[in-house]
Design a protein around this ligand. Structure first.
Ligand code: TEU
Length: 537
């Protein structure tokens, strides 16, 4: 088996650690809690876990503001508990990927504390320090992704420092070789402990324009959108120098890859398709030198229509460089949950799409039980993005609420009031209630995952779109060797005849409606929002 098989053919599962399982009754999830839930994850059938930041942090952005890259935040546990978790993950044949946040540190990180202490401090140049503009204002017009200027004035030394996010998250200066070396050592610290790779936070942000030029106005800005969208991030993201950094990072993980198992980089990249592709890196001797999995977020932003998804699949496939592995994702801790975006009636169809497309899927915790966004009362808002740009629907708390495990108090997540409220329907929508209910979405997820694992056509085969399908039906074939499966997805709230696509004796390997209702109908007709995987005879 190739060293890349695990991440190319496997399924990733994203854990938001504050919300998986609380083991010490403080209302916040932790590493021991995750360890307690490994049975569940193994049963579900996923292959690799990505855990969002667990490092010491003042939690201004819930862990994306790191004060020490080489330790565990006491709220989550200890290094010993991390090692225990990793050992158990490995013992089960699973993989573990951590979140690397290289663009910025916490303002409490010793590097920044030193850097801001004096203009001539040796670490001054580790961050983006600039003199005020002639009028005393910020050095240029750059905006923080969380609203307001990307510059904060520091009284003590009379200069501004740059931050793409909160002022508590100062941006590192990736033009400084010492910064790069330090971050690569952070990577080695965790790789040496035995992890399987990193999801790299806002990878495309690391390098900013060397001349600090103003960003241009965005002519397409829609009032009410995030403030940062008023400008096009021309001089703050995806700079040409990024390509060199991507190759360097890849070399670091490759130091730890061997013939049996490669270490992987997953890039968080919100970029147009052609620019996304650049992050696979250039090819040397047939091997791409960049990020193995540049996150493909297109399904998150797609209109939920067969034609639109077909177009996305086609253009993505056409854009992939030779040798590049595709990937797909329906949700994460920054985005409204899929069950809310596409509507509960489409959640099963979405599951089948994600798990039958060609490319590595990443699941977001809770999506497998069809969790919708949770409404957060104004007094309970925690997300700094929502607090800074209130009422625009940008808040990320709704998709970060605790996993409901059972109908026990606090859903079996904790024994005390959790850090964010439970979803309204947790007494019925929980793992225990669904685990043995054959009609549940959880069981559907398990069966889809098992089918994907079992069928080489699904986890490794080619994908061929079928164009002459009825309107509202997305159809594609997945083929490995001589085994050719057909996937038919009905996006319409109506029965849809598909007799042109299959012969009557095709074998149904999985139907979302059969799973939901227990009734298997043998006509060439899809039910509303039904998806099927078939083996044509
Ligand atoms: O997110 C990057 C980010 O800003 C996203 O909100 C992105 O702009 C949005 O999803 C586009 O649709 C990463 C982390 O995932 C997020 O949780 C952090 O807050 C942020 O970086 C800062 O580290």
């Amino acid at each position: 088996m190739s060293a890349d098989a695990w991440w190319k053919h496997g399924i990733f599962y994203e854990i938001y650690p504050r919300s998986m399982q609380d083991s010490n009754a403080d209302g916040t999830g932790d590493l021991s809690g995750i360890r307690q839930r490994l049975d569940y994850l193994e049963d579900l059938g996923v292959d690799a876990l990505w855990i969002c930041p667990i490092f010491p942090s003042p939690m201004a952005d819930f862990g994306y503001d790191i004060a020490d890259y080489c330790d565990i935040d006491p709220r989550f546990g200890t290094l010993a508990e991390f090692d225990a978790l990793l050992a158990e993950v490995k013992a089960r044949g699973l993989r573990l990927v951590l979140d690397l946040v290289p663009n910025h540190t916490s303002d409490q990180h010793p590097w920044f504390v030193q850097s801001r202490s004096a203009r001539d401090d040796p670490r001054r140049d580790w961050y983006l320090w600039r003199d005020p503009a002639p009028d005393g204002g910020p050095p240029n017009n750059w905006l923080s992704n969380f609203g307001g200027a990307a510059w904060t004035f520091d009284d003590a030394t009379g200069q501004y420092y740059g931050h793409s996010f909160l002022k508590e998250q100062p941006d590192l200066n990736w033009r400084n070789p010492a910064v790069r070396a330090a971050m690569y050592d952070v990577m080695r610290f965790w790789l040496r402990r035995g992890i399987d790779g990193f999801r790299v936070d806002v990878l495309y942000h690391l390098i900013k324009d060397d001349r600090f030029r103003d960003n241009p106005i965005n002519p397409a800005y829609v009032a009410g959108g995030p403030e940062s969208h008023r400008l096009l991030p021309l001089f703050t993201t995806d700079r040409p120098e990024m390509q060199e950094i991507v190759v360097e990072m890849r070399r670091v993980v490759d130091e730890f890859s061997d013939a049996v198992s490669a270490r992987v980089l997953i890039g968080e990249l919100h970029l147009p398709l052609d620019r996304l592709m650049a992050y696979y890196g250039r090819s040397e001797n047939g091997v791409l030198q960049g990020v193995q999995l540049p996150f493909n977020f297109q399904l998150i932003h797609a209109r939920w229509e067969a034609d639109e998804i077909r177009r996305i699949v086609r253009s993505y496939d056409a854009a992939l460089p030779p040798g590049a592995a595709p990937n797909w994702v329906l949700g994460n801790h920054d985005e409204s949950r899929v069950a809310t975006r596409v509507g509960p009636q489409n959640a099963r169809l979405a599951a089948m799409l994600l798990l039958t497309l060609h490319g590595t899927p990443t699941l977001y915790y809770g999506d497998e039980i069809g969790m919708p966004d949770t409404r957060i009362a104004p007094g309970e808002i925690r997300d700094p993005f929502e607090l800074r740009e209130p009422g625009k629907g940008l808040g990320r708390d709704p998709q970060r609420t605790p996993m409901p495990w059972s109908a026990a108090p606090y859903a079996g997540f904790s024994t005390v009031r959790p850090w964010l409220p439970l979803g309204e329907d947790w007494t019925t929508r929980n793992v225990e209630a669904m685990a043995h209910d054959p009609a549940s979405i959880l069981v559907l997820y398990r069966r889809l995952i098992a089918l994907r694992r079992q069928e080489a056509a699904l986890h490794g085969g080619s994908l061929e779109l079928i164009d002459d399908s009825p309107p509202d039906v997305l159809a594609y074939a997945r083929t490995s060797g001589r085994r050719r499966l057909l996937v038919l997805l009905n996006f319409a709230d109506a029965d849809m005849p598909v007799d042109t696509l299959l012969d009557a004796d095709a074998e149904i390997l999985l139907s979302t409606e059969h799973e939901r209702t227990g009734v298997l109908r043998r006509d060439a007709m899809l039910r509303p929002f039904e998806g099927v995987v078939l083996l044509p005879k």
